[in-house]
Structure formats: C-alpha cells, structure tokens
Design a protein around this ligand. Structure first.
Ligand code: ADP
Ligand code: ZN
Length: 724
C-alpha cells in the first residue's frame, strides 16, 4: 500500500508514516485522522512522494482513518511551518498547532442568531428600550447584539426569554463581510500619493517585496497602506479574490482602526483574536481557508491562518515589542510575516513612525524599500519637545509631577485643551516596603515585586498573575501599619492629579481599565466629546489614537526604560517617547511635550528634543556593529529551568561544559536568567553570540541533541531573544 508521511498534532512527535488507502487519494496538505496507540489524532499529510519503507515495515503500518472536509493546508503554508520550526528550533507539531484550529475541523453546525420579532417586552426598562432602538435591522449572537446595543448580555437574554428577540436559523455559515475597494476613495496628499503608487505597483506585480512605510506620527500611514489593500482586493486569480492580512499589536485597541477601515471599504474586516468563541473561530478559520474572508485583522496568531490567495501583508506599528512571542514557540511575528510574504511571493508593508534598528538596517542593506512620509497630514506641525531636569525641579516629596509640568497642566486646563500624562507602569505602586524591617513584598513564585493595585485592592505579580489582598501586617516581621507604597504607578499619578487639580476630569488608560474594544471605543467617545481633560496612561495611550484637542503630553519618568540597560533600552525609550509625543498637536493647535528626566543630557533625550532620529539611530547602530550585536551578529538564548534550584543549576552548568568550540560562536554563561525565578521555576541562561554568517541553529542542534536532562528540567531555545 502507498505510504504518506503525516505531521501529527501531538506534543513530542513529529512526522509519522501511515498507509494511505488508495480510495482516499490523499494529497499533501490534506487534514486527516490517524490512529495513535488506542486513540485517534489529527494530522496533516506532509509528504506523499516515494517514501521508502523505513523502520516500520509495510505489514505493521497503520492506515489513515479519514479526511476532514476542509480545504487542505496550502503548500506555502506547509513551507512556512517547516521554516518556522527550523529557524526557531521549535517542534513542528507546536508550530502546526498554531496553524490548525481544531474547532474548525468539526462539521458545520446549525447557527442560531437572533433579531427583533414582533413582541414588545412586558417590562420596558431603559436598557431594554435602548437595545430595541439600536438593534433595528440587526442580527447576531447574544454577545454581538449586546455589544451593538451597548447593554449587558443579560439584557439581551431577557429580551430573548420574553420573545422580543426571536431566533433565526442563520444557516451553517454566514458569509464574511465583503469590503469594497472603491467604497470611498480618499484624496491623498502629494507625498501620500507617491508612496501609495509604489505600494499599489508592488501589489499588482505579485512578487515578494518588503517595504518600510516610515511616516511621522499623524502623517496618514493608514490611508496610504489602505490603497495597497484596495489594490489587493481588486486582484483576482483563478476567480479567487485577493486576500489581505493586517497584523496589529493589540486587538483591543483596534476600535478606531476598524472605524477607519469601514469608512474606506464600507464594512468591517474579519477580526481574529483569542476571545473568539468556538463557533466564531470556526467560521472565521473556514472563511479564510475557502477564500471567502478577504481582509483579516489580528494580532500575531493571525499570521498562521490558512489563506488561499494572500496578496498583501501589512504590519501596523511594526516596531512594537508585542510582536515578539516568548511563551510556547518563541518567534517574532514581524520576521515570520516576512517569511510568509516570501513563501507567498507577495509584498509586505511594515508601517511605523519609529522603525526598529533591524528594519532600518534591512533598508540600508538594500533588502527593504523605504517609503517616507516626512510631514503630518493636513499641515499639522510636530510638537515641541523639552526636558524638565528633575535635579533642579524636583517634585514635592511624595509626589511625581514637577512644578513646571504642573504649571503646564494647569494652563492647559484653563484654556480648555486636553493633556496626557504618560507613565509606563500599571497599578498604584511598583513596590511595597515595610518601614519596620525593610522587607519588600515579593511574588512567592517569581523574582519580582508585588505591584499594588488600589483600584482592585490587590497586590499583583505582573509576571505570573499571582494576586493577594494587601496584607494588614508585614508578612516578615508582623509589624502593623508599617507597609508603605514605594514609587508611582499610573493610579498614584491619577491620585496626585486629583489632589493638585481637583477640577480636572481624568481618565485612566491602562490594560486594567481598557481591556476590550468596547471600552476603548467608550474612552475615545468621551475624549472626543470633551468630557476628559487629562488622560493618564501606560504604553496603551501611545497606540494609534487621534485626539485633535490634545495639546500637551507629560512624560512622568522618561528615564524608566533606560534602567537595566539592556541592548535595546535606548532604542525602546526613543520609540516609546516619540510615539507618545506623537499624540500631541495632531489637529489645528500646536502641541508641546515635556519629559521629566534626571539625565537631560543623555543621547536619547537630546535626540528626542532635537528630532534627530537619524543621528540617534546612527549612533545606536554603530554601537551594535562594534559589539557584533544583532543585526550585525546573532544571539540565541538557552533557558534551563526547573522547580529545584540546585538541579536546574547543575544541568545548566553541564550543558555549558558540553558546548562545542566553534570558530565565530561564543557561549556565555550559564548565569541566572533575567527573571531568575518565574512561576516557581528557577531559571538559568546560556547566551550564544555568533557572527552573522554562523549556523547558530545547526550548532545548537548538534550541542543539545546529545544531552540528557532530568525530566523535571526544561530546556528552551529563544532565537533572537529580546531581553538579555
Ligand atoms: P499615522 O498612522 O501616520 O500616525 P494617521 O493614519 O492616524 O497617521 O492619520 C492622521 C490623521 O489624518 C487621521 O485622522 C487621518 O484620518 C487623517 N488623514 C490622513 N490622511 C488623510 C487623507 N488623505 N484624507 C483625509 N484624512 C487623512
Ligand atoms: Zn509571580
């Protein structure tokens, strides 16, 4: 019987051979059910050609049981999975797991949705009336209807029970929205039009072409890449319309983006994120696989969807660190997206006002084409940026807003313009200290301080999520009333603003308060309506908002990101402050930015004040080149972790001793990893630093392949690690 090699979705197993019943006519990419021991598991046919009989003799070979009724995994996608597994040294099954949605494999079920019927509710509460008014002509799941009507799901369920909303059979599938490339064409500025023309030409050429769309904040990058999206929508091959993937850093923040998309293309795109219910996930996955879904927007996991006719990838805010995944398979979505564009032979656009050094170097090497938008759309000016030297202008003891910043906030309040205070720290205080014994409260499972959250009355570990109520007495010495918060988080800055500017209307913007697209939309509405005077937020406020009346940005602690001093500290600080500065003065009124710092003379502060991005990046790049750091050299981290410190440490040392000596590759460590305990596991790290041309993966494979580790110890490889 012919054999097929099947990549099975089973941790620790790779590709296994099975007998292929001829009547199934299996082809590569087919999603199949295969036996494994007493069970049946899912796999994908990886190879069918000329498989020699291997250690499993024909007679012992078990047969493929059946094929799922879904489109096969396309060849480009299989290639991508192989590449990702190979480059990031991840088990292929783990990569396949990201690409296969198991719920999508189940047969279609009847889909029940609801819409307004005839009956009026017996009890007409204001919320019920609001729902009835807003749901005119709408149909959807209870959750969708609740979101559309801005009422709770309980209100919707009440209306269903009372017969006001009636069930309708929506059929097994609901067609995804069909964007219209010509729904509303914008008038582009000259510089926008020039950039858009290059992108459109690249989409029409249908070949691999990476672009850096480097436009200052407010330059209208979105409008420009929308023209490339329109071109890809118009493209059709074999009757299949072109598909487009837009990757965004965080789906909860896409509300304004979705509105702009709808204004340009007449409907919402398909959103892919971890909150989808099984039925929604199934529908979305299948719609992508059969080509019905044209534009998909999602966070990094959308990268592994099975597009059949992908014509364009866009990465919005491409500099964002959240594209780097560290849990499970560690990969960088930006880099995998470029691999995917290459596999699909299509253009990819990296849009950002603050490109990563890696991306700039690709431009310098001639690999990526740079398109620049040097000015803001509509004649708005970039804000003036100044530093406030905290050494000569210290805030009052126990406060964090210096006199000059306070004066600027007060002035802005008086003239009726909006301000933003930025501090990249959630919670009330990053540390709680006992004044009696000096104890600092730490997470029991991580090397990290517990962060006080006063809104929720909790101490929280930001690394593992562990929480406790604030203890009444010091857990170390038992002293009562001696625990004090140390340092500021955004909640504490908000408290200070309430004390010093009691008339100001304040909104807190952190992932604790803005956790869903609906909350983001509500925030935007109240800022637009002028109901908010001062926004106080973490890096969440640096993302994509456009508030024309916001004219002052205060950075509470511009030095925060520089502490620790890893390779990317300067770059990250520059990006973050440039992004948050970009929120100021986007409308007719000019903006102003004040950076509170203890080191106004530092290179990054000077570069920000003088808008000298080129000079800053040139110096940072030269430094990396001198040290042979990425992208001029290569790094990989090997993290050895276990519940027993001595055992993990001994394993790490044994692995270190076994490191092969290869010219151009250095192994450093082991040393305690940056988070030396995480979720109860002790962590040690070996760093591999190599020349750019070195085969780092090959070296690591040869090295780790021959090492036995105790079963409680885990060895994980992080290629191109971010923090070190
Ligand atoms: P960026 O993403 O580059 O910071 P945006 O895409 O948010 O900039 O654009 C800034 C503002 O200018 C947005 O409100 C956007 O709608 C508007 N804008 C940009 N280009 C145009 C255009 N061609 N026509 C109308 N409005 C535009
Ligand atoms: Zn923890």
């Amino acid at each position: 019987m012919p054999r097929v090699r099947v990549l099975v979705l089973q941790h620790g197993l790779g590709a296994l051979d099975y007998a292929a019943p001829p009547e199934m006519a299996l082809a590569p990419g087919d999603i199949v059910r295969v036996p494994l021991g007493p069970r049946e598991i899912v796999g994908v046919v990886w190879e069918t050609e000329a498989l020699a009989a291997n250690e499993v003799p024909d007679a012992k070979l078990r047969a493929v049981r059946g094929r799922y009724d879904v489109p096969p995994v396309p060849a480009q996608m299989r290639r991508l999975i192989d590449w990702v597994a190979d480059y990031y040294m991840a088990p292929p099954a783990s990569v396949l797991r990201m690409a296969l949605s198991l719920t999508a494999l189940e047969p279609a079920r009847k889909l029940i949705e609801y819409r307004l019927g005839g009956a009026l509710p017996t009890r007409a509460t204001p919320q019920r009336l609001q729902a009835i008014e807003r749901l005119e002509g709408r149909q959807g799941s209870p959750r969708e209807l609740a979101a559309a009507a801005e009422v709770s799901e309980a209100v919707i369920r009440g209306l269903i029970a009372g017969g006001t909303l009636v069930a309708v059979d929506a059929g097994p599938e609901r067609a995804p929205p069909q964007p219209d490339a010509d729904f509303a064409q914008p008038v582009l500025s000259y510089e926008q039009a020039v950039a858009a023309a290059d992108l459109v030409a690249a989409v029409d050429a249908h070949a691999f072409a990476p672009f850096l769309l480097d436009g200052v904040t407010g330059s209208g990058k979105t409008e420009v890449y929308f023209e490339a999206v329109a071109a890809a929508l118009r493209a059709a091959d074999d009757g299949l319309g072109g598909q487009i993937l837009v990757l965004v850093p965080e789906i909860a923040l896409t509300a304004p983006w979705l509105e702009r998309f709808a204004a340009r293309f007449g409907c919402a795109p398909l959103a892919w994120h971890s909150d989808l219910r099984a039925s929604e996930r199934r529908r979305a996955w299948r719609a992508v696989a059969d080509g019905g879904a044209r534009v998909v927007v999602g966070a990094r996991s959308a990268l592994f969807l099975p597009f059949v006719n992908l014509r364009l990838i866009v990465i919005d805010e491409a500099h964002e660190a959240s594209f780097k995944q560290e849990d499970g398979v560690s990969y960088h979505a930006r880099d995998v997206a470029v691999m995917r564009a290459q596999a699909e032979n299509i253009p990819i656009i990296l849009a950002t006002a603050t490109p990563a050094i890696e991306t700039r170097v690709q431009v310098a090497r001639g690999r990526y084409t740079e398109l620049k938008l040097p000015s803001r759309f509509g004649g708005a000016q970039l804000p003036d940026i100044d530093t406030i030297d905290l050494r000569s202008n210290p805030p009052v003891r126990g406060r964090w807003i210096s006199p000059p910043l306070l004066a600027a906030l007060r002035n802005n309040l008086q003239i009726g313009e909006q301000s933003l205070l930025f501090l990249n720290r959630r919670g009330y205080a990053p540390m709680t200290l006992c004044r009696a014994c000096g104890e600092r409260i730490e997470c029991p499972q991580c090397t990290a301080w517990m962060v006080e959250h006063r809104l929720t009355q909790r101490l929280m570990c930001h690394h593992c999520g562990y929480q406790t109520p604030p203890p009444p007495a010091c857990p170390a010495c038992g002293a009562e009333g001696m625990l004090v918060p140390c340092g500021p988080g955004v909640e504490r800055v908000a408290e200070e603003v309430a004390q010093v500017l009691p008339d100001a209307r304040v909104a807190l913007v952190t992932s604790d308060t803005i956790y869903s697209p609906a909350r983001a939309a509500a925030l935007i509405a109240s800022v637009d309506a002028g109901d908010i005077d001062i926004l106080i937020g973490t890096q969440l406020v640096t993302k994509g908002y456009h508030f024309p009346n916001l004219t002052l940005v205060g950075v509470v602690d511009a030095d925060l990101g520089l502490a620790g001093g890893d390779l990317r500290a300067g770059e990250r600080t520059f990006q973050q402050i440039a992004q948050v500065s970009g929120r100021a003065g986007r409308g007719a009124k000019p903006g102003r930015v004040l950076l509170q710092t203890h080191q106004p003379e530092a290179r990054v502060m000077q570069a920000l004040v003088h808008y000298d991005a080129e000079g800053f990046y040139a110096a940072e790049t030269a430094q990396r080149e001198e040290l042979g750091m990425p992208p001029f050299g290569r790094l990989a981290a090997i993290i050895i972790s276990g519940p027993n410190e001595a055992q993990a440490s001994a394993t790490a040392r044994a692995i270190g001793r076994a490191a092969p000596k290869i010219d151009g590759i250095n192994v450093l460590g082991p040393a305690p990893a940056p988070l030396s305990m995480l979720r109860g596991r002790y962590r040690f790290r070996l760093l591999v630093h190599a020349r750019r041309s070195a085969d780092v993966q090959g070296m690591i494979r040869g090295w780790l392949g021959g090492i036995e580790v105790p079963s409680a110890v885990r060895v994980a490889v992080d290629i191109d690690p971010h923090s070190f």
